[in-house]
Design a binder for this molecule. Structure first.
Ligand SMILES: C[S@@+](CC[C@H](N)C(=O)[O-])C[C@H]1O[C@@H](n2cnc3c(N)ncnc32)[C@H](O)[C@@H]1O
Length: 356
């Protein structure tokens, strides 16, 4: 693998993905046995709700179109989320009717129009529902929202009418389980899409980083990998730019008394420098789609010998992988993980090593 350039790396990934696809379903060989409802089911849904011609549609936009397609059922979502769709539609109809009518383009009173972004996440306490772009106007609307949250035993209801998330209902603090740790979930924080996909990625990282005494988990989010890796014999630095996620990770680490040390840091503008990186036995990267060009440049100049790179974008991954290989790393292992069922999207777990 030493001589591979960016183009041949992309080819290598495509070949591995094609192999995985032809052996049943992409990534199926890597997914852990189901432990949460249907295997591979997503625990978060980001949907759009609009009132169209007197009825409320909740669903997804059609590809390359503004048309909103009603979501009646969804076999790739956990059932707890699907079960909320019909009652939520009813609630939004009531809210749409209660909303003051808006003036139409020609000065006439047009049909009240309701539009909102809906985010639902399955948490340890139940469903966390976030509604953005809609405010509960007046006492009746607020009471309807509260009654809905109570009746459906929501874990939390947040509303964002344009000034940031406001918590309307949260009987007890909402958390997600990462490894053995319950971590507070700030509204909108990143989570791996499926529990099985997360388990497959974490298992790969654990296997590859076995025995590493110090690990830098870069783009750490809430600590998905940090909490899985930290323990007796392994200290983890978790670096993350999103403030809410950083604080949630820090609070959970302190409460669990785990050796996870949190750094609030923008790794694009201020990547860990080669001398900082060289203090770690291994580095794990899990950047957003853009990849981690600046951080990988610093890794190339460091003396780190083991790198786990988790990626949701084969294109930025192949650019960054080529840079690592140019710096003397070898691609020792690569696992495509199909956590987005029935889509062409694939997550990559990769392991790079170089001789000291
Ligand atoms: C793909 S997510 C991975 C999160 C975490 N590793 C996990 O598995 O849950 C990428 C993370 O990078 C963070 N991020 C985005 N831009 C960043 C930057 N410039 N510096 C540091 N973190 C950043 C995001 O907030 C997000 O938490």
């Amino acid at each position: 693998m030493q001589q591979l350039d960016e183009e041949s790396l992309s080819g290598f990934v495509e070949a591995r993905v094609a192999n995985a696809s032809s052996s049943q379903e992409l990534g199926a060989q890597h997914l852990a046995p189901p432990h949460l409802s249907p295997p591979g089911a997503r625990r978060r849904a980001s949907l759009r709700a609009e009132s169209l011609g007197g009825r409320v549609v909740i669903g997804f936009r059609e590809a390359r179109s503004h048309r909103l397609v009603e979501l009646e059922e969804c076999p790739v979502l956990v059932p707890e989320l699907v079960a909320l769709l019909a009652p939520l539609r009813k609630l939004l109809i009531t809210m749409g009717k209660a909303a003051p009518a808006k003036k139409g383009a020609r000065g006439k009173f047009a049909q009240p129009r309701m539009a909102a972004d809906i985010e639902m996440t399955l948490t340890e306490q139940g469903v966390d529902l976030g509604v953005r772009g809609l405010t509960a106007e007046g006492l009746a609307a607020t009471e309807a929202m509260l009654a809905f949250a109570q009746h459906h035993k929501l874990a939390r209801l947040t509303m964002d009418g344009g000034y940031g998330y406001e918590t309307v209902w949260e009987p007890e603090p909402v958390t997600v389980r990462l490894g053995e740790v319950s971590v507070p979930l700030p509204p909108g924080a990143f989570l791996q899409a499926t529990a099985d996909g997360e388990a497959a990625l974490v298992a790969a990282a654990r296997e590859w980083l076995d025995g590493a005494a110090t690990v830098a988990d870069l783009f750490a989010g809430l600590g998905t990998f940090a909490f899985a890796l930290a323990g007796p014999g392994t200290k983890v630095l978790a670096a993350e730019a999103a403030r809410d996620a950083h604080l949630a990770c820090k609070a959970a680490a302190e409460r669990a008394q785990l050796p996870v040390f949190c750094d609030h840091r923008d790794l694009f503008r201020n990547p860990l420098q080669p001398d900082e990186l060289s203090r770690f036995a291994a580095v794990l990267l899990d950047p957003p789609r853009a990849g981690a060009r600046e951080q990988v440049d610093c890794l190339a100049l460091s003396s780190v010998a083991r790198v786990v790179y988790i990626s949701c974008n084969p294109s930025s991954w192949s650019r960054d992988a080529a840079r690592l290989i140019e710096a003397g790393f070898r691609l020792a292992d690569l696992r495509p993980v199909g956590q987005f069922r029935w889509s062409t999207h694939v997550e990559l777990a990769s392991y790079f090593v170089r001789d000291a």
